[in-house]
Design a binder for this molecule. Sequence first.
Ligand code: AMP
Length: 366
Amino acid sequence: MSAHIAIIGSGQLARMMALDGIPMGMRFSFLVDEGEDTRCVNALGNVVVRCGEAGDIYRQLGEPDVVTVEKEHVDIDLLKGLQAHCPVHPNPDALKIFKNRLQEKLSLQSLSIPLAPFQSVTSREDLQQALRSLDKPIFLKSEEQGYDGYNQHRITRDNAEQVLDAVSFAGAWVAEEFVPFEREVSFLAARGGNGDIAFYPAVENYHRNGTLLRSIAPAPSLSASQIATGHRYLSDILVKTDYVGLICMECFVVGDDILVNEIAPRVHNSGHWTAKGALTSQFENHLRAIAGLPLGSCEARGISGMLNLLGVTATAAQVVDEHCFLTLYGKTQQPRRKLGHIVVSGQSHEDVEARLAIMEKQVYCA
Ligand code: AMP
């Protein structure tokens, strides 16, 4: 019998998982909220609009063998309810930690993993206190529902009063010191149900306005000891949370140190290069892990780069060539929206960086 995987969510990550699982004989269904855009997954499996209790949903999904997620902002109680019917990976207790910035930071701190100094902020007084005790600039990030620079304020000496007046304290925040990083990197790994962990080569990332724009892998300038440190942190996190599936740890590099910024408990944008540039893509390894199959090799084929299409699109006729691959998500165009990405391959970092620069100019300055 082929494995039936139900995915909570219907965006590009769900799409790319399904597109890698279907050739392995897997079947997919997708659970969405009322009104959620399903364009990315239409025709890839049954789409179920959430209604009723976990048992009803499990049946409407077609009694899947395993449930997984494409996003961290999920209803943990629903996942716990679904656990009564089939395995849910990653487990809901781990997702509960990673969907909340404060819980995530406290959990990482308990593992002695270095982070930027931070404080919990739930009121105007808390924020005033944080402004007095943390070095400015400060990033004020919502505890939940914040990603790609959304629900974030950068507070400097000049705009502190303005932000104090503008921020709503209906939800909780985390105030975090600005990190004068030299580079941003991410570590991706898959962990199987038997405890095996497979690490992808570390990735170097460049963000624009808080959103990932470019990645290059293997990361050009990490030392062997920095890579070992990243692997140690990530494997401690995976073991502590008894995690099964693909995970991404986003980090700042400051001198020899690695500071963890945040954890994404799912396949991640900075791993899209693996679809062309690694022996096993991050999507396939996530599916292998949650379906109880052996993990595939994470070895890189040469050097890869990835350019996000943020609010801009491209056609195959414009961009593809022997080293350049286009993936579109089938979404409608909106400013800043992730509409697709381009992967380029090469034999050297210089080669890949040059190709990425050409592509960036072509799609953003067209
Ligand atoms: P996040 O939503 O936490 O992933 O932040 C998005 C991006 O904003 C990061 O990838 C960084 O480029 C930048 N950023 C976030 N937090 C900090 C910080 N404490 N110091 C410096 N840059 C930051």
